[in-house]
Design a protein around this ligand. Structure first.
Ligand SMILES: Nc1nc2c(ncn2[C@@H]2O[C@H](COP(=O)(O)OP(=O)(O)OP(=O)(O)O)[C@@H](O)[C@H]2O)c(=O)[nH]1
Ligand SMILES: [Mg+2]
Length: 190
């Protein structure tokens, strides 16, 4: 049996739940690089709806999940604040695909992430993190606000729940597989 490992980026706007998602699915203690937000953040970062947020990722989150006996995913969570954009190219290098987490209270915070993967042709799914139970917006409104193409999957999740986060990753894998060219039929042996 051949084991395959792949890299998946967990991206999205500031405070969308990236560190939470990596932590809830990882089967190894996740590596996080969170720092206490400093005064420098005041008036710079959009903290609307994040009253209790005191820490932010400054480099990356890292975790691992075995999806099946053959497939292991390495998860790389991005930093959310704009001033850490320089990390993204490093994290996205060689990625199989990405999850763009969205908090509907702060949709514009995730515009740049959608744009980033679209431009680079990296397959991605958009996962709406339902912070307080159900998200009030129907799919078509979220799609239109994010200007998602019809082929980009949109799913709902609760980043704190492992099963929910695993479903998002499986949806991404399906999306990646669907985008692969069909295997040519085996040639008949003369
Ligand atoms: N109620 C609720 N809170 C959540 C959920 N996901 C994350 N949180 C909380 O929201 C806050 C932000 O979550 P993080 O996981 O730190 O978000 P992040 O995207 O890694 O943030 P940055 O690294 O700063 O961009 C934390 O206080 C989490 O505990 C959720 O699904 N529901
Ligand atoms: Mg984080």
């Amino acid at each position: 049996m051949k084991r395959t490992s792949a890299k998946v980026v967990i991206a999205g706007g500031f405070g969308a739940g990236k560190t939470t998602l990596v932590g809830s699915v990882s089967e190894i203690p996740p590596l996080t690089t969170e720092e206490v937000m400093t005064e420098a953040s005041v008036g710079v970062d959009d903290l609307a709806g994040l009253d209790e947020k005191t820490r932010t990722t400054v480099a990356l989150d890292f975790g691992r999940i075995t999806i099946s006996r053959e497939v292991i995913l390495y998860l790389f969570g991005t930093p959310g604040q704009d001033r850490f954009w320089f990390m993204w190219d490093e994290l996205a290098q060689g990625a199989l695909g990405a999850v763009v987490l969205v908090d509907t209270r702060r949709l514009p915070a995730s515009f740049a992430a959608v744009d980033y993967f679209e431009r680079r042709g990296i397959p991605f799914v958009v996962a709406v993190n339902a912070f307080f139970g159900e998200c009030a917006y129907p799919d078509h409104e979220i799609r239109s606000a994010l200007q998602l193409g019809p082929d980009v999957p949109l799913v709902r999740c609760d980043a704190r729940r492992r099963s929910s986060a695993v479903e998002v990753l499986i949806r991404l894998l399906r999306h990646v597989l669907a985008g692969l060219p069909a295997t040519p039929p085996a040639r008949a042996v003369p």
